[in-house]
Write a protein that binds this ligand. Structure first.
Ligand code: HPA
Length: 237
């Protein structure tokens, strides 16, 4: 049964979902990684494709930007479409010196300034973490990618792309926060609320605290492929 934001019929979405932020990226992932991909939803230009990844049924659907957008799609996928696992694949801005442009960051926790997760348990700080099983599988998969620089640790899911407080960023850096993006904490909160599994795997597109080289399109393509392969491996584990 379609939902307010997804027009697929029940059964047209696979239990395993790759979730980029950008709808065009969803289409590209479907084209590059899925066999027999079919468009099953296209509400507001947020396309959902379902096909198979190495024989395993898998869907790709974008989240849009920010926790509120992602949390709408994730909630409907988990609660109406029987989705069991969502792995977000996206970009992030590096915060730590040791994290470089093109590296992969696996989010083992998500800090946030968003009010979305605060609704889970009023007056308590809920720990926003991925499924340990997906996390372990992603780390195992990352290890098999020869030459890939990858990190695992907390990320900051911010509601502000522009105008964030520099003192907040410094404190998060002091806590070992690897990178900033805008969705991971929403995904982890929704998965917790729904009793389902989630993980976030990112590539570093820019560096917030040091000079970074411009990426060639071939370099971008390279790290994008590693990120999706790691995410799909975790989904299938
Ligand atoms: N801020 C938030 N999200 C991001 C960034 C950033 O600098 N880079 C990539 N995603």
């Amino acid at each position: 049964m379609p939902t307010p934001h997804i027009s697929a019929e029940t059964g047209q979405v696979a239990p395993l979902v790759l979730m980029p932020g950008d709808p065009r990226r969803a289409e590209k992932i479907a084209k590059d990684f899925l066999d027999d991909a079919a468009l099953v939803s296209d509400v507001r230009g947020i396309q959902c494709f379902t096909g198979t990844y190495d024989g395993t049924p898998m869907s790709v659907m974008a989240s849009g930007m920010g926790l509120p957008s992602l949390s709408i799609y994730a909630t409907e996928l988990y609660s109406v479409y029987g989705v069991e696992r969502i792995v977000r694949v996206g970009t992030c801005g590096a915060l730590l010196e040791e994290v470089q442009v093109r590296d992969v960051v696996i989010a083992s926790a998500a800090h946030t300034n968003s009010s979305v997760p605060s609704l889970l348990v009023p007056y308590a700080t809920v720990a926003l973490a991925p499924s340990p099983y997906l996390l372990r599988a992603a780390m195992n998969a990352a290890e098999t990618h020869e030459g890939l620089r990858w990190h695992v640790g907390p990320v900051y899911a911010s509601d502000h792309f522009y105008g964030g407080d520099p003192a907040t960023t410094q404190k998060l850096i002091a806590l070992g926060t690897k990178a900033v993006e805008m969705e991971a904490a929403g995904l982890y909160a929704v998965a917790l609320a729904q009793g389902k599994e989630a993980l976030t795997v990112l590539t570093v597109s820019d560096h917030l605290t040091s000079e970074s080289p411009e990426l060639t399109s071939a370099e971008r393509e390279d790290c994008y492929r590693s990120m999706v392969a790691i995410a799909a491996s975790a989904l299938r584990s």
